[in-house]
Design a protein around this ligand. Structure first.
Ligand SMILES: [Zn+2]
Length: 280
């Protein structure tokens, strides 16, 4: 099934797909195993840096292999594509979705690039996610309070978002309603009234970035308002690092196939919890 049908099915049935970042084959394996256990559709994605590290073609081939052997509905996404050329390369390489992050650009330029990418992407059945207001925060464990980070970006204006999405022709809009990248001492609270208005006015689906640090109740509400894709990265990164540190401290193993299974299991558990939360 193509990306469009898979996301439409999610919207029609009131759930969202998790979009999980994978910078290595171990992370892909953890995500696929969780999808298999839950028999859930999901998205595996790479940022530009993760794609550079993994190798874009290697990443796509690995996911394709897992997809074929499992029969699961797995989509690939190029997350926060920084520019026209990088996103064009991702479309050519064969991602199912691309996210062009033009949030730092003047609106007119953002619209122009998104339009060009939509034209190229749609010819191949690839979907385009766009962004007008920067999703604040870094995909790490943050120790500032969430409110001070939320104050560094503009909350998405529903009317402006609707006008942008109509002009740009994007399939998904990444709105900023207080959702932050990374984890915080206390969960950032979402402006759900604003998100509801955005959901009513935009002619496309919504994504919710910052799925690591949000309260489960806010995520459930957001899905009711039109969110079909929830991004999760930081929690997997933290589980990878913490579990690996613990394993190495207590063991003399040098074989990667002995070291990695508990790391994979820790990440798999997080993906399974998210799948439950997103209702898929
Ligand atoms: Zn993001």
């Amino acid at each position: 099934m193509k990306a469009k049908e898979i996301l439409q099915k999610a919207r029609d049935n009131g759930y969202a797909l998790g979009a999980f970042n994978a910078g290595s084959v171990e992370i892909v394996r953890a995500i696929v195993q969780a999808a298999g256990d839950k028999q859930a559709p999901l998205i595996i994605e790479t940022s530009a840096n993760e794609a550079n590290y993994f190798g874009m073609e290697n990443f796509l081939d690995v996911v394709e292999n897992f997809q074929q052997s499992s029969g699961l509905e797995i989509l690939t996404n190029f997350d926060h594509g920084p520019g026209l050329e990088e996103c064009q390369r991702a479309i050519e390489a064969g991602y199912d979705l691309i996210h062009f992050d033009g949030s730092q650009l003047p609106l007119e330029e953002n619209i122009k690039i998104t339009q060009a990418l939509v034209a190229q992407a749609h010819e191949r059945g690839v979907l385009v996610e766009a962004e007008i207001d920067r999703i604040a925060g870094q995909s790490v464990a943050n120790f500032q309070d969430a409110e001070s980070v939320q104050a560094t970006s503009n909350y998405t204006d529903p009317a402006q978002a609707a006008a942008f999405a109509r002009q740009a022709g994007c399939d998904i809009l990444a709105a900023f309603v207080g959702n932050l990248h990374g984890t915080y001492p206390t969960s950032p609270r979402l402006d759900l009234e604003r998100l509801a208005l955005i959901g009513q006015q935009v002619p496309c689906w919504l994504s919710l970035h910052g799925g690591s640090g949000l309260s489960p109740e806010d995520v459930r509400q957001a899905i009711k308002m039109g969110v079909v894709k929830v991004n999760v990265n930081t929690e997997l990164r933290l589980a990878f690092r913490e579990t690996l540190e613990n394993i190495l401290r207590g063991s003399e193993d040098v074989a990667i196939y002995k070291i990695m299974p508990p790391v994979i299991a820790a990440m798999q558990k997080i993906v399974e919890e998210k799948i439950e939360l997103f209702g898929c």
